[in-house]
Design a protein around this ligand. Structure first.
Ligand code: VG1
Ligand code: CO
Length: 543
């Protein structure tokens, strides 16, 4: 097993987006493409030599090949120990958990999250730092800069390792430890929740369906829900991870989790439904005939946090990404705790969590999490909901009605226009940016604009600055429209338009969200000239 140094030349566009570098599998399959990016990471991580590195992914097509490549490169780059999930599998939150538990220098996580998989699907790679969280922008900028100047990468000439057998093997000078991908994570979950109360809930006949969408969460959900909490066999559906997710979009929302939605809104519906995405960090929460918007979910969990052992001392503070609705702000105000507004992407919560300023946070994009790891965590959110339902003895519908009755209801929706030409998207944003400063005080569709601006963020802990994080138009009646371009897409640009409408206590709480939001959605399309710029008359996905 000889270490070798291979000459290479840079590839264009190895710029990490909202959550790592995501490209079509075909792009990643080009010789040297993955190697270049991995070497760029290794060149930028201080203290890599002699350290422990965690490696794993969501099991999608190309995962195993990539894990073997990264192991060889880790060995040649002086890593002392590599910790790998069996079969190359680690959900994103489990990887975060293992990095923290092992005191690793960080981890390489292979995933394109909710993007489809398979030979014609997408692949991705991200680096998480020693705190278990996504590399901050200062690091991802450094990886990108390095990728543009790279001239060589280091690897080993060695056969593939057996990733399916637990235990330790030597590779070059390093130890490779293949671990059960579920064990550490399941143990952590048991330390956070009132497992006995949830077990009792299931024993009393409470029925739930968890849709793992043939993605990474299947083994985790089966172990924790069915084996440890006693939910009946069959509670977890689509629980076997497949390289192509069964040809589906592993995206837990009303558009893509059709089977689950059908069950919860159909005859003899169970009490509770949930789903997770490709890499296990997202969650969707449903009750019988009820969809809980992710923004509301965050607010409800904040309001009920003290019913859960991990939070029995109360919350230190909460945070949400900018486009996430302000429902949680109202809870924070009532609790007298801080509420931070951060740019989109979990990496912006890291400093706040590390500093202990917050211990609960979330995004409108079906992401919720806490300070137990440094990633959003799908199954954790499901367990948190189960714990709250068990403690409160209410149905999901009753809990939501109580919440809106106390804080008012924030209707929330998002429209995505996918794969539009980059120039058209850039022109739309540039034009809108130019009009923002003149909007305040004007009347738009019967609503008066209170303020309009482009969101920029200064991290209150480390002072780092992030510009151009989305355009927002707020109205005097508490409603709001936000526009931004996605940083996770792999073809063209994706325009995201977010709407919220606030109905105070005693207001109209019984509308269907799309109906309640229709006037705002129409206004948003007109204000940005979406049809004029893109030719699109309706979004590809509405959630
Ligand atoms: C999207 C979501 C964002 C989330 C990111 C990664 O980013 O909007 O909230 O953090 O995906 O989630 P963008 O830039 O496409 O809007 V995951 O589960 O794809 O890692
Ligand atoms: Co994900």
């Amino acid at each position: 097993m000889v270490p070798v140094t291979c000459p290479t030349t840079p590839f264009d566009g190895q710029k990490p987006g909202t959550s790592g570098l995501r490209k079509a599998v075909k792009v990643f399959e080009q010789p040297r493409y993955l190697e270049n990016f991995v070497q760029s990471i290794f060149d930028c991580v201080d203290g890599l030599s002699g350290a422990t590195l965690v490696i794993g992914g969501d099991g999608r097509y190309h995962n195993r090949t990539a894990v073997q490549t990264i192991l060889r490169m880790a060995a040649a780059n002086g890593v002392a120990r590599a910790v790998v999930g069996r079969g190359g599998i680690l959900s994103t939150p489990a990887a975060s958990c293992v990095i923290r538990k092992r005191g690793a220098i960080g981890g390489v996580i292979l995933s394109a999250s909710h993007n489809p998989g398979g030979p014609d699907g997408d692949f991705g790679i991200k680096f998480n730092a020693a705190n278990g969280g996504p590399a901050p922008e200062s690091m991802t900028d450094a990886f990108f800069a390095r990728s543009k100047a790279i001239t060589e990468y280091k690897t080993l000439e060695s056969p593939d390792l057996d990733l399916d057998r637990l235990g330790e093997t030597a590779l070059g000078g390093i130890a490779v430890e293949v671990i059960d991908p579920v064990a550490d994570y399941a143990e952590l979950m048991e330390s956070l929740f009132d497992m006995a109360a949830i077990r009792k809930l299931f024993a009393s006949g409470f029925r739930m369906v968890f849709d793992a969408m043939h993605a990474v969460t299947g083994p985790y959900a089966t172990e924790i829900l069915e084996r440890r909490l006693g939910a009946p066999a069959g509670t977890v559906i689509n629980g076997t991870p497949l390289e192509d997710f069964g040809g589906h979009h592993p995206d837990p929302n009303l558009a893509h989790a059709e089977e689950l939605v059908g069950r919860l809104f159909g005859p003899d519906a169970p009490d509770f439904g949930a789903a997770s995405d490709g890499d296990g960090d997202r969650n969707m929460i449903l009750g019988r005939n009820v969809f809980v918007s992710p923004s509301d979910s965050l607010a409800v969990l904040a309001a009920n946090a003290t019913h859960v052992p991990a939070f029995k001392g109360g919350l230190a503070g909460v945070a949400r990404s900018m486009p996430t609705s302000r429902a949680v702000d109202r809870v924070a105000a009532k609790l007298g705790i801080s509420c931070y507004e951060t740019p989109t992407g979990w990496k912006f919560f890291g400093t706040l969590l590390d500093a202990g300023r917050i211990n609960l946070c979330g995004e409108e994009s079906f992401g919720t999490g806490a300070d137990h790891v440094r990633e959003k965590d799908g199954l954790w959110a499901v367990l948190m909901w189960l714990n709250v339902l068990a403690a409160r003895g209410l149905s999901v519908a009753e809990l939501m009605a109580e919440h809106w009755g106390t804080y008012g209801r924030t209707y929330y929706g998002r429209h995505d226009y996918e794969a539009i030409p980059q120039e058209a998207a850039d022109a739309l944003i540039a034009e809108l940016r130019g009009t923002l400063s003149s909007l305040a005080g004007t009347d738009l569709g019967g609503r008066t604009v209170a303020a309009a601006d482009e969101f920029a963020y200064t991290d209150p802990v480390d002072g780092s600055r992030s510009e151009r994080q989305g355009l927002r138009v707020g109205f005097e009646d508490g409603s709001r429209i936000v526009y931004r371009l996605s940083g996770t897409g792999t073809s063209g640009a994706t325009l995201r338009v977010y709407f919220e409408r606030y109905e105070p206590v005693g207001g109209e709480h019984g509308l269907d969200a799309p109906v309640a939001l229709k006037p705002l959605a129409d206004l948003a399309a007109e204000l940005a000239g979406i049809e004029r710029h893109t030719g699109r008359t309706k979004p590809d996905v509405a959630t």
